[in-house]
Design a protein around this ligand. Structure first.
Ligand code: PBG
Length: 312
C-alpha cells in the first residue's frame, strides 16, 4: 500500500556522480573532508564511472585538482587541449560512449587566486571572465563533453558560452547552468578536495545571499533567456523552498546539488553513531526529488544506486 500510493520515485537515472580528477596513473587519494571520496587519476575515474554507469547512473560531472604551478590569475590551463580535464573527457567518452559527461566550468580549479572569476585589484571582474569561461566550455566540447555546467555565477555567462559553442559548431552541447547558487558554508569540504579555497576575500560578490528568495525569479528568467537547457539550485537540503520555486517558475529540467557539506555531515554523523548513513542518504535524495528536482548531483550516487537495486 505504501509503495503503490507513494508520489515520489527515486531512481539511479536521476543521479549525476561528481568526480575529482588528479594527475598520474593508478592514483587514488582519499579526501579527508569527505569520508569515502577520492581524487582519482583518469584511469581510475573511468573505472568508477563504469561502475556507476553499470548501476544505472547515467552521468558524471568532472572537477580537476591541479598543482599550484599550473595555476595563474587567468586560469590559462583551463583551455589546454592536453590538460587533465580534457584528457579525462576523451578517456571517458572513448571507454563509455553512452555515459553523459558533464564538466564544471569556472575558474577556481585553475586560478592562482582561488576565485571563480578573474581578480583585478582585489575585485572579481565579471566581464573579463566571460570570454575565458566561453573558451573553457569550447575546449571541453572539443574534447567530447556532452554538457557544460558553469558554476561560476558571473552574469551573462550562459549567453557567452552558448554563442561560443554555436560558433565553434557545438550546437549539440547542452548548458546546465548553476542558476541559483548561494554563497554557502556547505561547500567547505569541496574546497579542501580541490585545494581551491579563495586566497583572499569570499565569494559573496557573485554567489547569492542565503537570505534571498525574490532574486530567484530574476536568475531563472535571465538563464532561460540566455539559453540554459537545465537549471540548477545549490546547495540542496537547506534550499528545498528554492528548488520548489524554480520548479514552479520554469518548464526546464531542474537539477539540484547535494553538496559536499551535506554529504560529509551524513558521513561524519554516521561515523559517530548518531544516525544511519544509508537511510539518511536515501531520505535526503528522496526529499530533493519531492521538492521538484529532476536531476541530483550527489557524492552518494553509487551508494544510493546500490541501495535502490537491493530494495527491489
Ligand atoms: C566552484 C564550485 C564549488 C562547488 C562546485 N563548483 C565550490 C564553490 O563555489 O566554492 C561546490 C560543490 C560541493 O560543495 O560539493 N566553482
Amino acid at each position: 500500500m505504501r509503495a503503490m500510493s507513494r508520489d515520489t520515485v527515486l531512481s539511479p537515472s536521476n543521479f549525476v556522480l561528481p568526480l575529482f580528477l588528479q594527475e598520474g596513473e593508478g592514483q587514488r587519494t582519499p579526501i579527508k573532508s569527505m569520508p569515502g571520496q577520492f581524487r582519482l587519476s583518469v584511469d581510475l575515474a573511468v573505472e568508477l564511472a563504469r561502475e556507476a554507469f553499470g548501476l544505472g547512473v547515467p552521468a558524471v560531472d568532472l572537477f580537476p585538482a591541479l598543482a599550484d604551478d599550473v595555476k595563474d590569475p587567468r586560469g590559462s590551463e583551463s583551455v589546454n587541449p592536453q590538460g587533465l580535464m580534457q584528457r579525462a573527457i576523451r578517456a571517458l567518452k572513448r571507454e563509455l560512449p553512452e555515459l553523459v559527461v558533464c564538466t564544471d566550468v569556472a575558474l577556481d580549479p585553475y586560478s592562482s587566486d582561488g576565485h571563480d572569476g578573474v581578480v583585478i585589484d582585489g575585485r572579481i571582474d565579471n566581464d573579463v571572465t566571460l570570454p575565458i569561461l566561453a573558451a573553457m566550455a569550447v575546449s571541453h566540447a572539443e574534447a567530447g563533453a556532452d554538457v557544460v555546467a558553469p558554476s561560476d555565477m558571473m552574469d551573462g555567462r550562459v549567453r557567452a558560452i552558448r554563442e561560443a559553442l554555436d560558433d565553434a559548431g557545438h550546437d549539440q552541447v547542452s548548458i546546465l547552468s548553476y542558476c541559483v547558487k548561494y554563497a554557502s558554508c556547505f561547500y567547505g569540504p569541496f574546497r579542501e578536495a580541490l585545494d581551491s579555497a579563495p586566497k583572499s576575500g569570499d565569494k559573496k560578490t557573485y554567489q547569492m545571499d542565503p537570505a534571498n528568495y525574490r532574486e530567484v525569479e530574476r536568475e531563472v528568467r535571465l538563464d532561460e533567456a540566455e539559453g540554459a537547457d537545465i537549471l540548477m539550485v545549490k546547495p540542496g537540503l537547506p534550499y528545498l523552498d528554492i528548488v520548489a520555486k524554480v520548479r514552479s517558475l520554469s518548464s526546464l529540467p531542474v537539477a539540484v546539488y547535494h553538496v559536499s557539506g551535506e554529504y560529509s555531515m551524513l558521513k561524519v554523523a554516521a561515523e559517530r553513531g548518531l544516525l544511519d548513513y544509508e537511510r539518511g542518504l536515501l531520505e535526503s535524495l528522496t526529499c530533493l526529488r519531492r521538492a521538484g528536482a529532476d536531476i541530483i548531483f550527489t557524492y552518494g550516487a553509487i551508494d544510493a544506486a546500490r541501495l535502490l537495486a537491493a530494495r527491489k
